[in-house]
Design a protein around this ligand. Structure first.
Ligand code: GDP
Ligand code: MG
Length: 394
């Protein structure tokens, strides 16, 4: 494999997920150890990683360690959390948005409850690709490993990942950390890194999907009309494109009379561009910050969603009392907020602060919320919950 030029080295966010004691922290340390030999990382010991500092993300306390390393192709920021609760909070709050994850499973245990829970959560928060590391291969025989691989592939398919194409690497993080150069030792770490380079997509700007522009602001240009501004999250916005403004129950069909970047007219803007779009036949009074301007029929607005929500514990500044169905508070997402009702799913009578659950959301007005979009729930301006959309209901 050839060396890339500096410009081509891409940054990628990854993390270890999986059941407690399956070897996530050992693996994280082993990766830095193996790469240090090639001058591509600074070795971080197991103890340094496990002594994760406290972080505050949206008012929640999360313990997480961020480790950095490079392969010949990419630069990685890697997150490892000490406890199960930290993984849940880290993923739901979007504290470190992962482009991909390493799901660690111990060969002697096979998939366990937190293996499933982390995979489910990864899917819900929009992690599209994972790589499996079957760890502790030093303590079992090959038949067992084959069985674990079959189980993992079935599990991946069941959660909507590609159970066939997902790379499965077999090794021993502990042997690698001890400097063992056998196939199960350092070699397995190198295979894992190759799998990450190849299977986790480059975080590129999505210019292929239908355009999507969250409206940050709107103003009137006398004699011309209404301009909406924002950063194009995906797609290409061309002059004369047809589209619709969605949100707050509104559904306004319009088209683009002009696209401007840095106050200059351009024929098109691409994902990542900060732009202004002059819209035909739209009155300024009908536009609100928080609306979405998008290609016609590419996304839908709804009052109803399914989401995964973590309610902060009392010590994190959350509620002291449990949450019951028909709980109504203000929901905040991106640049807007709106009253929202939370209903528990069948079989859940209440949620205690400090717990995470799947719930139904009902918004007072129809909005666009896409799977993976995060939000917070606040009571009297204090964050009591943080969540992520998993499904849009019509
Ligand atoms: P985590 O909770 O997933 O972060 O797991 P740790 O990395 O803390 O590992 C849990 C235990 O498994 C520790 O005692 C490790 O030394 C041990 N362990 C980790 N990797 C291996 C391995 O490849 N082989 C063996 N035999 N033990 C391992
Ligand atoms: Mg750990």
């Amino acid at each position: 494999r050839e060396f890339c030029t500096a410009e081509e080295v891409r940054h990628c966010n990854v993390g270890t997920i999986g059941h407690i004691d399956h070897g996530k922290t050992t693996l994280t340390a082993a990766i830095t150890k193996v790469l240090e030999k090639e001058g591509l990382a600074k070795f971080i010991s197991y103890d340094e990683i496990d002594r994760a500092p406290e972080e505050k993300a949206r008012g929640i306390t999360i313990n997480a360690t961020h480790v950095e390393y490079s392969t010949k192709l990419r630069h990685y920021a890697h997150t490892d959390c000490p406890g199960h609760a930290d993984y849940i909070k880290n993923m739901i709050s979007g504290a470190s948005q992962m482009d991909g994850a390493v799901i660690v499973v111990a060969a002697d245990d096979g998939p366990m409850p937190q293996t499933r829970e982390h995979l489910l959560l990864a899917k819900q928060v929009g992690v599209e690709k994972v790589v499996v590391f079957i760890n502790k291969a030093d303590v079992v025989n090959e038949d067992v490993i084959e069985l674990v691989e079959i189980e993992m592939r079935e599990l991946l398919s069941g959660f909507g990942f590609d159970g066939v194409e997902t790379p499965v690497v077999v090794g021993s993080a502990l042997l690698a950390l001890k400097g063992d150069s056998s196939p199960l030792g350092e070699q397995s770490i190198k295979s894992l890194l190759n799998a990450l380079d190849e299977h986790i997509p480059k975080p590129t700007r999505d210019t292929k999907s239908p355009f999507l522009l969250p409206v940050d602001n709107a103003f009137t240009v006398p004699g011309r009309g209404t301009v909406v501004t924002g950063t194009l999250t995906r797609g290409i916005l061309r002059k004369n494109a047809e589209g619709e403004l969605l949100g707050f129950d509104e559904h306004i069909k319009t088209s683009v009379a002009d696209v401007q970047i840095f106050k200059k007219s351009v024929s098109k803007a691409v994902a990542g561009d900060n732009l202004g779009a002059l819209l035909r036949g739209v009155r300024i009074t009908s536009v609100q910050k928080g609306m979405l301007f998008c290609e016609s029929k590419s996304v839908s607005i709804s009052n109803h969603f399914i989401a995964n929500v973590y309610f902060l514990s009392r010590s994190e500044g959350g509620r002291s009392k449990p949450i019951m169905s028909r709980y109504i508070q203000q929901l905040f997402s991106k640049t807007w907020n709106i009253p929202c009702r939370i209903d528990l799913m069948e079989g859940n009578e209440m949620i205690m602060p400090g717990e995470n659950v799947c719930v139904y959301l009902t918004l007072l007005k129809k909005m666009v919320m896409l799977p993976g979009q995060s939000f917070t729930i606040r009571e009297n301006n204090v964050t009591v919950g943080t969540g992520i959309i998993s499904e849009v209901k019509s």
